[in-house]
Design a protein around this ligand. Structure first.
Ligand code: PEP
Length: 265
């Protein structure tokens, strides 16, 4: 029996256009209703939290098209600043204007292509919490770090930098996503056992901060989670859901991962 309600969150990355989004979101909404997961459906039998993290320009579209459903929406990044002369940045308060429930911080693509440091990721998480938005904090090692036996050191450093930036009492309000970089968008997945080992280690790090609140934190797995491997990953004790890139762009695949999460409850 899972202790935490699973969360399946899509990361659309820089994909989507107005018309295509409407199709995808409406297929998602009706698929979720068919699975009996919609809060408005009378047959709501088991709970899985579902969200899509989408490009900034489409947040208003998501708000209008998803607000009457149980699917939540969010962004893929946020500014570490509150307001001011920061051209191109989007603040947590702005995300709040569009009722974002979540925002991803520290995705490896932002760390790699935008030189985001651990400190910046911590600041971003803090800004989101101040605005009432749940940060999905991504951590993960490169293939070389794994080969050098540096997986735990790397994810501990990334996670602890966020934990030291936020109030202790806010611990239960974050989501952590373990995303081994070598598995993102490659079709190569961590085995369930490999992922579980890192998830259990991350849980231990959270427990050091606050044992009671640590039990409430969802730790998602991300990195080529697909319909054919979702069930085995999601059955692991400390895997509380998935952050889904490529497979979140195809409604059938995303829905089948959501269905697997429901069975893993
Ligand atoms: C991601 O980018 O967060 C991700 C998990 O991508 P994919 O599922 O495509 O590996």
């Amino acid at each position: 029996m899972k202790q935490r309600i699973p969360l399946i969150a899509g990361n659309w990355k820089m994909h989507g256009r107005l018309v295509a989004n409407t199709f995808l979101l409406s297929e998602l909404k009706s698929g979720i209703q068919n699975l009996g997961l919609d809060i408005n459906s009378k047959s709501c039998v088991a709970k899985v939290d579902v969200a899509v993290c989408i490009p900034f320009p489409y947040l208003a579209q998501a708000q209008s098209e998803l607000q009457s459903s149980s699917v939540r929406w969010g962004a893929q990044d946020v500014s570490m600043q509150a307001e001011g002369a920061y051209t191109g940045e989007v603040s947590a308060a702005m995300l709040n204007d569009f009722s974002c429930a979540y925002a991803i911080v520290g995705h490896s693509e932002r760390r790699q292509y935008h030189a985001e440091s651990d400190t910046m990721v911590g600041e971003k998480a803090r800004r989101l919490l101040d605005a009432g938005i749940i940060p999905i904090v991504c951590v993960g090692e490169t293939l070389q770090q794994r080969k050098d036996n540096l997986t735990e050191v790397t994810v501990a450093r990334q996670l602890n930098s966020v934990l030291s930036a936020i109030e202790d009492s806010a611990l239960s309000k974050i989501v952590v996503a373990y995303e081994p970089i070598w598995a993102i968008g490659t079709g190569v997945t961590a085995t369930p056992e490999m992922a579980q080992q890192v998830h259990a280690f991350l849980r231990e790090q959270l427990i050091v901060k606050n044992a009671e609140l640590a039990e409430q934190v969802k730790i998602l797995y991300g990195g080529s989670m697909k319909p054919d491997n979702a069930a085995s990953l999601l059955s692991m004790k400390d895997i509380d859901g998935g952050l889904i890139g490529g497979a979140s762009l195809k409604s059938a695949d995303f829905l089948s991962i959501i269905a697997a999460a429901r069975l893993a409850v």
